[in-house]
Write a protein that binds this ligand. Structure first.
Ligand SMILES: *Cc1c(COP(=O)(O)O)cnc(C)c1O
Length: 402
């Protein structure tokens, strides 16, 4: 088989062909800006998919990375790792949960959550447990995470899938409650407060609280996937914190926690964390001094600068400007989101719009074919928000004239 052309077309690439890549190589970043190998500048309205929330090449993160690299990178979890313990404290502090397992990615955080659900079941004597999951959900690409995901495209050709998932329509509290009432095997519910890959779809008001009540009634764990929505993205540290008094049993975090350094975490309340005893779970790289030092610094910066508050303010501003600029465009079905997690749903597929935006110096993403997804760094200012709006409005109006 012939290897495919690289983005530059200069040599064949030896990478697996698992991505359609835009014909651009980004080689440098600064705050919300990215630069390609030709010297062109781009405004980043995607943050490497909700990862670089503090922007690119953040001086304080660069400094702690350099310092830690020159001090100690890795020991394995055979000894105490002070940075890991400090990060667990900080994560529990901002989330209200009690304990953390530090992993390397979102999918690994999900695996940890699913293992907690299985242990929870076995302790209750349920031998064939199930986790309730939602349609159009996305939880990652490992075999268990893709089995949990409500996306046939990412499952295709990978059967047999992991068993033990029951799926209901996202946002339908009646369906979820009925499933929990009817099926005694269901020991946990796993959902995203706002579906990201699924099209920037916020759960309806009261949905999470309703799930919390149903889980309590059936001794099921409420497990929230905040890998995309967490770390200030929606205007609070975590999206579930928009609902008064709500606390999940398990919370998965990743993406923006490392601002680009791979890290993930599974948080749990005390009695649930206790289900994973010595020897029952582990990781070689997870929780290493480098990744944890960065995660800790990310939280410090976000706290000092009230980044969640900034995301709330700029998100509101961006949505208002978008609504204003696109008010007369019939092809715009909906503009929605929370904080700086914003979706613009269009009547038709618009895959080429992301390439056109790239040509105009703006990096965006399209999900589900017809939904523009905006996940800019949380440090953007009003002028940069205006640039996003102006560029998008121009492109959308050109695409859908009259
Ligand atoms: C990105 C994402 C994941 C998977 O995270 P990886 O780090 O890519 O494994 C899981 N859940 C949600 C909601 C995500 O957005």
């Amino acid at each position: 088989m012939e290897a495919s052309e690289t983005t530059t077309g200069k040599q064949p690439s030896r990478l697996f062909d698992t991505y359609v890549r835009m014909p651009v190589s980004l080689v440098k970043g600064e705050g919300p800006w990215l630069f390609d190998d030709q010297g062109h500048r781009y405004l980043d309205a995607l943050s490497g998919i909700a990862v670089c929330s503090l922007g690119h090449a953040h001086p304080r993160l660069a400094a702690v990375i350099a310092d830690q690299a020159a001090t100690l990178l890795h020991t394995a979890n055979i000894v105490h790792i002070p940075q890991q313990e400090a990060l667990a404290d900080a994560l529990c502090d901002i989330s209200g949960l009690d304990r953390a397992f530090i992993a390397n990615s979102g999918a690994e955080a999900i695996e940890c959550a699913l293992k907690l659900a299985r242990r929870h079941a076995h302790i209750r004597g349920i031998e064939q447990p199930a986790v309730l999951v939602a349609s159009d959900s996305f939880h990652g690409r490992t075999i268990a995470a893709l089995s949990a995901s409500g996306n046939s495209a990412i499952q295709a050709g990978f059967g047999p899938l992991v068993e033990g998932f029951v799926r209901v329509p996202f946002g339908d509290l009646d369906a979820a409650t009925r499933a929990l009432n009817d099926n005694r095997q269901i020991v946990a519910v796993l959902v995203e407060p706002i579906q990201g890959e699924g099209g920037v779809r916020p759960a309806p008001a009261g949905y999470l609280a309703g799930l919390r009540a149903a889980c309590d009634q059936h001794q099921a764990l409420l497990m929230l996937d905040e890998i995309q929505t967490g770390m200030g993205r929606t205007g609070r540290w975590f999206a579930f914190q928009h609902e008064d008094g709500l606390l999940p049993d398990v919370l998965t975090v990743a993406k923006a926690l490392g601002n680009g350094v791979p890290i993930g975490a599974c948080l749990a309340v005390e009695n649930v964390a206790g289900l994973l005893s010595v020897g029952s779970h582990g990781t070689t790289f997870g929780g290493n001094p480098l990744a944890c030092r960065v995660g800790l610094e990310v939280i410090r910066i976000m706290r000092e600068q009230n980044i969640p508050g900034r995301a709330a303010r700029l998100g509101q501003y961006l949505i208002e400007r978008l609504e204003h600029a696109l008010a007369e465009v019939p092809a715009v079905v909906d503009i929605r989101g929370r904080g700086l997690m914003i979706g613009i749903e269009l009547t038709e597929p618009v895959a080429e719009l992301k390439d056109q935006a790239m040509d105009q110096g703006l990096i965006i993403n399209i999900t589900r074919g017809n939904i523009i997804r905006l996940l800019p760094p949380l440090i953007i200012d009003e002028t940069q928000a205006d640039t996003i709006v102006e560029t998008l409005a121009r492109l959308i109006k050109k695409q859908f004239p009259g």
